[in-house]
Design a protein around this ligand. Sequence first.
Ligand code: NAP
Length: 274
Amino acid sequence: MGNDLTGKKVAFLGAGKMGGIILQALLKKGLLSAKSTCATVAHEERAKALAAKLKVKVGTNNVEAVKGADIIVIGVKPQVVEEVVREISGHLTSKQVIVSVAASVPTSMIEKNLPPNIPVIRAMPNTPCQLGAGMTAICKGSHASAEDVAMTCRMFDVVGRTVVVDEKHMDAVTALSASGPAYIYIILESLAEGGVKLGLPRDIATLLAAQTTMGAARVVLETGDHPALLKDAVTTPAGCTIDAIMELEEGKLRVTLIKAVVKAAQRAKELAYG
Ligand SMILES: NC(=O)c1ccc[n+]([C@@H]2O[C@H](COP(=O)([O-])OP(=O)(O)OC[C@H]3O[C@@H](n4cnc5c(N)ncnc54)[C@H](OP(=O)(O)O)[C@@H]3O)[C@@H](O)[C@H]2O)c1
């Protein structure tokens, strides 16, 4: 499969939060046309509402949806992936590519429920994809080609950055960048509360916290400098930042964040199995 999406037909099985974000973004950016895109969900009423909103064909029949599709994006919950794959299995050819965004589900689990040689790719995006600021890690299964990987990268490049990793890293990716926005929202909210405690109006405190978070992240991405060096540049000797850092160290912020990512990765290993 070439890596150009023009003219490709794409079926999104499970257009919920994540599937819906990717689907909408690709339509909005013109990488897919409404005519060549279809989606499924579990409930009829939701299918109708989504079809009306996105102006694409949305139904509840996965077998119908995969007919004639070049790319099949699986966006159902991890525990439902196997059931959906079994359902469509008899209706696929090796010219179609499966792209699963489900956490925890190995490509081998998908492949074992498919006819031989169907290419499977795993992609792990995050919710900032909705603004084109997403982070997606991509890995290939046994039958996917470099072209299939390039095509998937091109699809997710439209909604942010992409990186190709070995499948053994996917649970770590899930714990860091897929769950990560939740950790950052908590940090951001807490920084804003600090401002509120000091008397700042909440909207201004939230703006200061959010723009500071984004600015610091951009500096890391654009300079490539080590975060520790960038932190040192803010920390004037005997200034106020070092007092704040002492509080963060006493509160074990670093080790708490490290342990949070490790815990999430442990849980990511189990999700597919119920
Ligand atoms: N949310 C995130 O930040 C995130 C990040 C990375 C990866 N993911 C992965 O994305 C997947 C979906 O997560 P989500 O948060 O988007 O969950 P979600 O909002 O609950 O979406 C799941 C969708 O699957 C549909 N569905 C359920 N059973 C189905 C079936 N048999 N056939 C077709 N559609 C079916 C549901 O339909 P109804 O709407 O009708 O119930 C719903 O639209 C998960 O595997 C998750 O690991 C999520």
